[in-house]
Design a protein around this ligand. Sequence first.
Ligand SMILES: [Zn+2]
Length: 152
Amino acid sequence: MKFILTKELGRLAKWLRILGFDTAYYNQDKLSSLIIQALRDERIILTRNQRLPQARGLKIVLIKNEKIKKQVEEALKTLKIVLEPEMMFSRCILCNTKLAVIAKDKVKDKVPEYVFKTQEDFITCPKCQRIYWQGTHWGNVRKTLEEIKWNS
Ligand SMILES: [Zn+2]
C-alpha cells in the first residue's frame, strides 16, 4: 500500500514513513499533478481537502481528525492496515527513501559525541544522508505509538 498526502497532512506523512509505508508528500496547490502522480504510482490519496476531484481508478481517503494521533488512528482504521513491527523505522522520515545500515566508524563525525559513545547501531538515508539511531528519539516514537489506539 502506497500513499500520497496533500500538504496539510505533513505530520501524518512523517508518521506513515515511521511505520514503514511508502509515502509521498505533495506540498503544492496544483491538484492536477497530484492526481497524475497518484494514478501513475498507484498511490492512495490521503487528504483533508473535500474538493478533490474524483477520477477513474483514484482512491481518496478523507481524513477528518485534526490532531495527529487521531489522524494516524483514523488512517489505519479506514485503510484496515495491520502494522508490522519489522516495517517500522525502515524509511527516511524526511524523504521516504529506504534506510540502510551504516558502520559505526563511518558516523563518528556526523553524530553527537554522546550518541557515538552510547549507541552501537546506526542506519542512514542513502539519499539525504541523515543518520538514525535507536536513542531517545525512537523511544519517544514508540511511546506515542503505544498511546495510539490501533484497534478501537
Ligand atoms: Zn532521507
